[in-house]
Design a protein around this ligand. Sequence first.
Ligand code: ADP
Ligand code: ADP
Length: 221
Amino acid sequence: MTVVVLLGAPGAGKGTQAEILRKRLNIPHVATGDLFRAAVGEGSAIGLEARRYMEHGQLVPDEITIRMVLERLSRPDAAGGAILDGFPRTAAQARALDEALAGQGARVEHALLIDVPTEDLVARLSGRWICRASGHVYHAIANPPAVPGVCDLDGSELHQRDDDRAETIRARMEGQLGALADVVEHYRAQGLLRSVDGCYSISVVAEALLVQLGQAAEREA
Ligand code: ADP
Ligand code: ADP
């Protein structure tokens, strides 16, 4: 079982890189933000609860988040592991994940931090466009679609997320970066943390992440 945790501030490039790693490692990409947005879209009880926090840029409470992720990880396609994007986001979530994996004789194998200075994150989030059909991610300048407003991969319309508005971006930075530091520390203490400079292009960052995964695999061999 290969469990890879991708860490980074909002806008660091976790979702973008998780899609690249998913194809290379052949394990599913599990993004809590995507799971919550799907629940909001369905109007389920989790969605209604989560939306109250998401629209203010706050973290959804641990109990709901942990339950949702563990349910997702129990599905058959995640039997060989998963790339976790946006989870864990608090130290309590990290501990809950450790305990759940230990119960299956497994553990987080790699914790990869995509490191991007806070001042660059605002430009990334305010230029982010995602597609309606599957949440494929673009950037107005750094990664534009071939045809403006249309997803290259499935032809659906591109839109900006409600929480990528300036005031919610600010709230997310203020409310979430402290907890990210706690999670980084959790994995540093376990000797699992690897950090990659996220300021380079998407493909250069992807290569750096794959190098970290390869080096870790060599050390274990
Ligand atoms: P980003 O890609 O900008 O980092 P996400 O799509 O991962 O944002 O998450 C969107 C929102 O969903 C977060 O601002 C938060 O409200 C909620 N969320 C996502 N993951 C978690 C989590 N692990 N714990 C609590 N809240 C979460
Ligand atoms: P996260 O999941 O961490 O919130 P995303 O993968 O959604 O981040 O990326 C945030 C925005 O930044 C998107 O518009 C994406 O296209 C863009 N982006 C991702 N990686 C890079 C990069 N290395 N350089 C420039 N822009 C990037």
